[in-house]
Design a protein around this ligand. Structure first.
Ligand SMILES: [Zn+2]
Length: 312
């Protein structure tokens, strides 16, 4: 995506040396070892179009909510690329990392832009980020609710971390009922809400989490909605769940949940989703070994618990 003649995958043969990510092996030219330049076996770098095809096998866009903005949001599909960075949210700090690390593509879970924009100027935070990425030739692709709902997506991964049994979507996709919005399944026998909360916090590296409702009762059937799950309280209760696991929830949604007999475990929006962007980087790298993929190293949860003197 960076404007350069080196984007041609064969151009490295005439340059020295090619990036390590393009080399399968360095092979000396035995017939003219004394004088000629070394010969390289080149691994073709994929086009952005090919990378997107792989991403959309992992997160089929038809699974996205109709209000969402997913797919390729910035850039052209034509150039070959070799550096992909994933992140949860494309902030100015994350964009700076992408530029400094010469990323060709950012796979951002939360779409940027999300809402339609009328101007792309540095008068707004979104405009400033988009300008910086455009001038650096960095593309943006977002999976968002498609990755939430996918077979190996965020909610399915959370169900696995909690060892839920008989897992199915809360709202199955009409075309592919095995996947869809949210997941639900049975917690391990006799596991309480508190134990499930501790399992989740430990798995996600959180110091703790919010719990609403009686924490010492069996977790039972558990509904999972990553990110902000408060809007789906009625659906999760109607699906026969006794516990809702989500990232964040508003007070009134939590009260609505407990009034319906639903305990709530809220581990934090960032924690409930960020781990899956690390998984997505690994999955993409294993599908396209010529790519160098990583999850943003600068991205952190902007919300941290600050212990007060009385709690120390
Ligand atoms: Zn989210």
């Amino acid at each position: 995506m960076r404007p350069s003649t080196s984007r041609c995958p064969f151009a490295h043969a005439a340059r020295s040396p090619p990036p390590a990510s393009c080399l399968q092996a360095r092979v000396p030219d035995a017939s003219a070892a004394s004088e000629s330049a070394p010969v390289y076996d080149l691994v073709l770098m994929p086009t952005l179009s090919t990378v997107i095809t792989e991403l959309e096998q992992l997160a089929p866009l038809q699974l996205a909510a109709d209000w969402d903005n997913v797919g390729l949001l910035v850039g052209s599909k034509r150039p070959t690329i070799d550096r992909v960075m994933t992140c949860l949210t494309l902030t100015a700090d994350v964009a700076r990392e992408a530029v400094a690390e010469q990323a060709d593509l950012i796979v951002s879970h939360h779409p940027l832009p999300f809402r339609p924009v009328n101007q792309i100027t540095d008068a707004s935070a979104t405009g400033g980020i988009l300008l910086e990425l455009l001038s650096a030739g960095i593309a943006v692709w977002s999976g968002h609710t498609a990755w939430d709902s996918a077979a190996e997506g965020i909610n399915a991964s959370l169900a696995e971390k909690l060892s839920l049994q008989d897992v199915s979507p809360i709202e199955p996709d009409t075309a592919t009922p095995a996947v869809g919005c949210g997941r639900m399944g049975m917690a391990p026998a006799s596991s309480t809400v508190a134990e499930l909360a501790q399992t989740l916090a430990a798995a996600l590296g959180c110091p703790g989490c919010h719990v609403a409702g009686p924490a010492d009762r069996p977790a039972g059937r558990v509904g999972i909605v990553c990110g902000s799950g408060g809007e789906l309280v009625a659906e999760v209760a109607a699906a026969g769940c006794q516990t809702l696991v989500t990232g964040e929830i508003k007070l009134h949604n939590a009260l609505d949940a407990t009034a319906r007999g639903l305990a709530v475990i809220a581990v934090g929006h960032h924690a409930s989703e960020r781990f899956a962007m690390e998984q997505l980087a690994d999955r993409l790298a294993s599908r396209l070994p010529a790519l160098h993929c990583w999850a943003s190293a600068t991205e952190t949860d902007p919300l941290v618990w600050l212990p007060t003197p009385s709690s120390l």
